[in-house]
Design a binder for this molecule. Structure first.
Ligand code: ARG
Length: 456
C-alpha cells in the first residue's frame, strides 16, 4: 500500500493508528466540494502552463467520471483511503493513470481541505437559510390568522399583562430574523478562497487565484497563506450561530411545552408530533419539542468542542484540525432536522382560545388601575402602592378586581370613580399598548407588515 506520503517511510503505519487517523468515515461528505475544487485547480494548472492540454483533458475527464461514481453511489472506498482527498486521487489514478499524480502539484491537503470545507458549508448555509425562512413564514402566517386571540403574557413565569397570542409568537420571528442576518453576515467570511496557500507558505507555480475564486464562486482570496490553512474562525462563527438558533428554538419549544401542558392548555401539539407513554395510556407528550430543546445541548457542545480544538494550537495546520468536521456536520445535521420539525409543529399547532381566555385573570389588569389613577393626577409610584392595596383587599375577600365594590376602591382612594370599571378590560388593556412593538392590534399589524417585507 502507498499513502500520499509513504516515500519517506520504511514501515507502514500500525493498523490501530490508521483507524485513529483516518477521516474518510466522516469527510466522505465533502466529496462533491473536493471534486469541484479539483476541477478548478486542474484548469488553473493548465492556465499556468504546469500541465498541457491533453493532461488537462485527461484530468477533467477523469474527475467527471469520479464525480459520477460518487453521485451514483458506485464509488468504493478502499481500506487505505485515509480521507476523501486521498480516496478521490487514488480513484482518479485508477481511471486515468499516472497523469492523476499531476493534480496535486503545488497543492496540499491543507489548502484543499480548507477549500472543500468552505464550499461545503456555503451550500449548507443556503439550505439552512431556507429552513429558517420557512419557519419564519409559518410563524407570520399563524400570527396573522390568530391576530385577535388574547392570552396572558408572563414575566418570571407569573401572569403579568394580557397580550396577543400573535405578539408572543412573533417575538420568535425577530429572534430568527436576527439569526438570518447573522447568517448572511458570516457567509462573507466563509466565502474566502484558501486554495493556493499550499501547505502553509503559498503556491510557487503562478496559479491564478482570481481565476480559482471566480470558478469556485468565492468573493475574496485569503491574503495570508499561513492564516488560510489554519483559519477555522468561520466554523466557530457558524457553530455559534447554530447554537444561538438552537437556543431560540429551545425557548420556543419550552414555551410550547408549558402552554400545551394540562395546567395551561393554551395549545395542543398535533398527534403527528407527539408521542404516548408505554405505561400511562392517557399521556400525550410533546416529544418533538423536548428533542428540539434537548438537541440544543449537543450543538452548543459542538461549538465548545471546536473552540477547544483551536485553543493553543500552534500556527498553521496541525492534525487537530481534522477534528473540525464532526462538530460541524453534527450541528448542520441537527439544525437540518430541528428547523423543519419546529416549522411543522407550529403549522399543525391546535389552539385553545377558551383556555387562553380563561387564564386571563383580573390581577393582570392591576397596571390598568394604576394607569387609571395616573390619569387622575396621581404619580405612578403612589398609584402603584394604592393599587397594591386594592389587590390586597381583593385577595383578602377572595374576589376578583372586577367584583370588588366601588366602596372598597374608594376606601383606598377617593379618586376611584365608577368609570374605573371600563379600564378593567383585557381588550382595552391590550389596545392601549399601541407603541411601536406594542401588543395593540395596530402595532402587531405594523409588525406583520415589516415581517412580510423581510420575507419577500
Ligand atoms: N483529513 C485531513 C483533515 O481533515 C486533511 C488534511 C491533512 N493534512 C495533513 N497535513 N495531514 O484535516
Amino acid at each position: 500500500m502507498t499513502t500520499l506520503w509513504s516515500g519517506r517511510f520504511a514501515d507502514r503505519p500500525d493498523d490501530q493508528m490508521r483507524r485513529f487517523g483516518d477521516s474518510i468515515g466522516f469527510d466522505i461528505r465533502l466529496w462533491e466540494a473536493d471534486v469541484t475544487a479539483s476541477v478548478a485547480y486542474a484548469k488553473a494548472l493548465a492556465r499556468a502552463g504546469v500541465i498541457d492540454e491533453d493532461e488537462r483533458y485527461a484530468l477533467l475527464e477523469g474527475l467527471a467520471r469520479v464525480r459520477t461514481e460518487l453521485a451514483d453511489g458506485e464509488f468504493v472506498v478502499q481500506p487505505d483511503d485515509e480521507d476523501i482527498h486521498t480516496a478521490i486521487e487514488r480513484r482518479l489514478g485508477e481511471l486515468i493513470g499516472r497523469v492523476a499524480g499531476k493534480l496535486h502539484t503545488g497543492r496540499s491537503r491543507n489548502d484543499q481541505v480548507a477549500t472543500d470545507t468552505r464550499l461545503y458549508l456555503r451550500d449548507q448555509i443556503v439550505q439552512l437559510r431556507q429552513h429558517l425562512t420557512r419557519l419564519q413564514r409559518t410563524i407570520v402566517d399563524k400570527a396573522r390568522t390568530h391576530i385577535d386571540l388574547l392570552m396572558p403574557g408572563y414575566t418570571h413565569l407569573q401572569p403579568a399583562q394580557p397580550v396577543r397570542f400573535s405578539h408572543w409568537l412573533l417575538s420568535f420571528f425577530w429572534m430568527l430574523q436576527r439569526d438570518r442576518d447573522r447568517l448572511d453576515e458570516l457567509l462573507r467570511r466563509v466565502n474566502v478562497l484558501p486554495l493556493g496557500a499550499g501547505a502553509l507558505s503559498g503556491n510557487p507555480l503562478g496559479i491564478d487565484q482570481s481565476y480559482l475564486a471566480r470558478e469556485l464562486g468565492f468573493d475574496a482570496i485569503a491574503l495570508n497563506s499561513m492564516d488560510a490553512v489554519s483559519d477555522r474562525d468561520y466554523l466557530v462563527e457558524f457553530l455559534s450561530w447554530a447554537s444561538l438558533v438552537q437556543i431560540h428554538l429551545s425557548r420556543l419549544a419550552e414555551d410550547l411545552i408549558l402552554y400545551s401542558s394540562r395546567e395551561f392548555g393554551f395549545v395542543e401539539i398535533a398527534d403527528a408530533y407527539a408521542t404516548g407513554s408505554s405505561l400511562m395510556p392517557q399521556k400525550k407528550n410533546a416529544d418533538s419539542l423536548e428533542l428540539i430543546r434537548g438537541k440544543t445541548g449537543r450543538v452548543v457542545g459542538d461549538l465548545v468542542g471546536m473552540l477547544m480544538v483551536l485553543k493553543g494550537l500552534p500556527t498553521t495546520y496541525n492534525k487537530d484540525l481534522q477534528e473540525d468536521k464532526e462538530p460541524l456536520f453534527d450541528a448542520i445535521d441537527t439544525l437540518t432536522m430541528t428547523l423543519p420539525i419546529a416549522t411543522s409543529v407550529i403549522e399543525t399547532l391546535i389552539l385553545h382560545p377558551e383556555r387562553m381566555q380563561a387564564a386571563l385573570t383580573d390581577e393582570m389588569l392591576a397596571t390598568e388601575l394604576a394607569d387609571y389613577l395616573v390619569t387622575k393626577g396621581v404619580s405612578f409610584r403612589e398609584a402603584h402602592y394604592l393599587v397594591g392595596q386594592v389587590v390586597q383587599r381583593a385577595l383578602a375577600q377572595g374576589v376578583d378586581l372586577r367584583d370588588l365594590l366601588l366602596s372598597d376602591y374608594q376606601e383606598v382612594s377617593k379618586l376611584f370613580r365608577r368609570d374605573l370599571m371600563k379600564w378593567l378590560d383585557f381588550e382595552r388593556a391590550v389596545e392601549r399598548r399601541d407603541s411601536v412593538g406594542g401588543t395593540a392590534r395596530a402595532s402587531v399589524e405594523a409588525q406583520l407588515a415589516v415581517a412580510e417585507r423581510l420575507l419577500e
